[in-house]
Design a protein around this ligand. Structure first.
Ligand SMILES: *Cc1c(COP(=O)(O)O)cnc(C)c1O
Length: 369
């Protein structure tokens, strides 16, 4: 039996008629760029997150970049980011003109470590980008307290966190602004690239709205940095079809995660934590195991798809080595990257499939002795 890491076809099959209809409507209307579905999806997504404003953009990276720029962050500024995340978190800082300052992650939650943030703050620090990694919110109370003390902006990287909650409040409404990605494999995925900024700050929303569309506040007056980071209207129409299903998909992911936790309890496999007051939405179900590469290869032989998110911490990626943080700079992140493994996880996966994955893992551990 083959169990893939993720199965986009399963979801598409159930929504195929609705999605085809939504696409056809846009084709008939021909409002392809910043059309009525973008405006409606912005309203619906802002309301979902409990944020006042939402600005649809072309990707999660564009959402991060425009958020930083809308707060006036640029050359000479420092922005604190976790060493363990997807590259885009740090790339957005570089593209804004500021410098990414990496800090290590917490050894238990794997999200940015507030104690390490305190040590990294300098007079140049302007912002912190906590990442809700794998769908678990970062430790926001601690992060917001540091931000308040030093007068820093907090931009949530919520690209993996649609619908995740911290003390009852939804991601997208936890900091100064938030960036979401609708890359097809994300918990809310388009049929192409798309992203969103959410914020309660009217001016930030307004600047981001102008920057995404060639810097125009008023037509033909290119006042702000003239990017093209517009959201495609067909993608918005598709996302409007999917948003009403998001909560039930998150519940399915949580049910499967609970089963994995239960089946893998008592083994050497370290399963993900969900501290009290957190609502993890398991964009990825990531475990930790010492012989990670062996486990991955043997699961592959047994027809089970896995992946590594991510095999190299961002400070050691060739592009960021110029920042000057060599191997050994962030030991928790570096060790984690050698031991993490993402197991199959998608809402349409069955309980039986989760049970098979866990049973195969136990058999592999038993054979290794
Ligand atoms: C996916 C992702 C991004 C970037 O999103 P794109 O839409 O691919 O640009 C940024 N940060 C994190 C943590 C992500 O997972």
């Amino acid at each position: 039996m083959n169990i893939p890491l993720i199965d986009l076809k399963a979801q598409h099959q159930t929504l195929r008629t609705e999605i085809n209809q939504a696409i056809q409507t846009v084709l008939d209307r021909t409002d392809f760029i910043l059309g009525q579905d973008v405006a409606k999806f912005e309203e619906e997504f802002a309301s979902y997150c409990g944020a006042k404003y939402a600005v649809g953009v072309s990707s999660g990276l564009a959402a991060l970049e425009l958020s930083l720029l809308a707060f006036g962050i640029g050359p000479g500024d420092e922005v604190i980011v976790p060493a363990h995340t997807f590259t885009a978190t740090a790339a957005a800082v570089t593209f804004s003109g500021a410098k990414p300052i990496f800090v290590d992650v917490d050894p238990v939650t794997w999200t940015i470590d507030p104690e390490k943030i305190k040590q990294a703050v300098t007079p140049h620090t302007k912002a912190i980008i906590p990442v809700h990694l794998y769908g678990l919110p970062a430790d926001m109370d601690e992060i917001l307290a540091i931000a308040k003390k030093h007068d820093l902006i907090v931009v949530e990287d919520a690209c993996q966190g649609h619908g995740s909650k911290y003390k009852g409040k939804l991601a997208g409404n936890l900091g100064s602004a938030a960036a979401f990605s609708f890359y097809p494999t994300k918990n809310l995925g388009a049929c192409g690239d798309a992203g969103m900024i959410t914020t309660n700050d009217e001016q930030v929303a307004e600047s981001a709205r102008a920057m995404r569309n060639c810097g125009q506040r008023v037509k033909n007056v290119h006042e702000l940095p003239p990017f093209n980071h517009r959201m495609d209207n067909i993608q918005a129409a598709i996302l409007r079809v999917k948003l009403p299903y998001l909560n039930q998909w998150l519940e399915a992911r949580r049910r499967l995660a609970g089963l994995y936790n239960q089946f893998l309890a008592g083994t050497h496999i370290v399963t993900p934590v969900e501290p009290a007051g957190y609502y993890h939405i398991y964009h990825l179900y990531v475990v930790r195991t010492q012989d990670r590469d062996g486990m991955q290869n043997q699961l592959k032989e047994r027809g089970i798809g896995t992946a590594i998110h991510y095999p190299t911490p961002v400070h050691l990626q060739p592009f960021f080595l110029q920042n000057g943080q060599p191997q050994g700079s962030y030991p928790v992140a570096e060790k984690l990257c050698g031991e993490i493994l993402s197991l199959p996880m998608y809402p349409e996966m069955t309980d039986e499939q989760a049970e098979i994955v866990a049973a195969e893992m136990k058999a592999i551990l038993a054979a290794a002795g």
